[in-house]
Design a protein around this ligand. Structure first.
Ligand code: FPP
Length: 249
């Protein structure tokens, strides 16, 4: 079940509290370009990216958005230079260690989705610890997609369903959208209402392929490390101007 937000803090006056997205997903793109523009190594962009993510999480929590999902590392990202992959794995590990106490205090429930078994052992241990220690928290559900691929997620759901059919536990005509969704990583959080992608790329990059069916897309030229509270406010204003028809008139 999606956690319920508590008291709204500092919701900008021009936002309609009753029409906020219930689930925001974000593709945090542009860290490398941000660093290059500052004359810094790419890894500094990832470092600053963590600050931007923390600010977004705080905004969602303060403004009563009950779920945030962030794409931190895709199944394709292993193809990056080894030193960058190593840096990212170490960064994830360190950030989890550093931020866990605050997430517990702030009542954040953290969850991870993806092929987690292929991540470094120490990172897997931190992931496990942070999920266990925050499992009863209720202010916001924060999901981090790590070693995540949308096609792989759909395939693993198909394999699990096929196994149930093979074992005679399920008939093929019992397979519907609701049953399929129970086999996705997002079974406890549902589909995003709003997908934000930074750095101007017009792609979904293998992120939440099934779940994105009716998401509103917001793509900004802003690079991820510069995506702050003001930028998020802007995205929510655009979202609230959209007419969501879900295929109806
Ligand atoms: C994409 O920018 C960004 C990433 C692959 C990494 C994103 C990760 C973080 C912001 C850290 C999150 C931390 C935790 C613990 C969840 P890019 O490198 O593709 O940028 P470019 O397109 O400009 O090269």
């Amino acid at each position: 079940m999606t956690p319920k937000p508590t008291v709204l803090q500092n919701l900008p006056a021009d936002l309609d509290e009753t029409r906020l997205p219930k689930h925001v997903a974000v593709i945090m793109d542009g860290n490398g370009r941000w660093a290059k523009r500052q004359g810094l190594p790419r890894i500094m962009g990832h470092r600053r990216g963590v600050d931007a993510l923390k600010e977004l999480l705080r905004c969602c929590k303060d403004w009563g958005i009950p779920a945030l999902t962030a794409y931190a590392f895709s199944t394709e990202n292993w193809g990056r230079p080894l030193d960058e992959v190593d840096f990212l794995m170490t960064l994830f590990d360190r950030v989890l260690r550093q931020e866990l106490r605050e997430m517990v205090q702030e009542n954040v429930k953290i969850n991870f989705m993806g092929n987690l078994g292929a991540l470094p052992r120490s990172l897997q241990a931190e992931i496990e610890r942070s999920m266990t220690e925050t499992q009863h928290n209720r202010s916001i559900q924060f999901t981090v997609a790590m070693n995540y691929g949308g096609r792989e997620e759909i395939l693993q759901a198909c394999r699990a369903i096929a196994t149930s059919v093979q074992q005679g536990l399920l008939q093929p005509d019992q397979i519907d959208e609701a049953l399929f969704e129970k086999h996705l990583y997002t079974s406890n959080v549902g589909d995003p209402d709003l997908l934000i992608r930074t750095s101007g790329e017009m792609r979904v990059s293998n992120f939440l392929l099934w779940q994105m069916a009716y998401a509103e897309l917001y793509i900004t030229e802003t690079l991820w490390p510069d995506f702050d509270r003001t930028e998020f406010h802007r995205a929510l204003c655009v979202y609230q101007q959209r007419d969501r028809r879900f295929g109806k008139v």
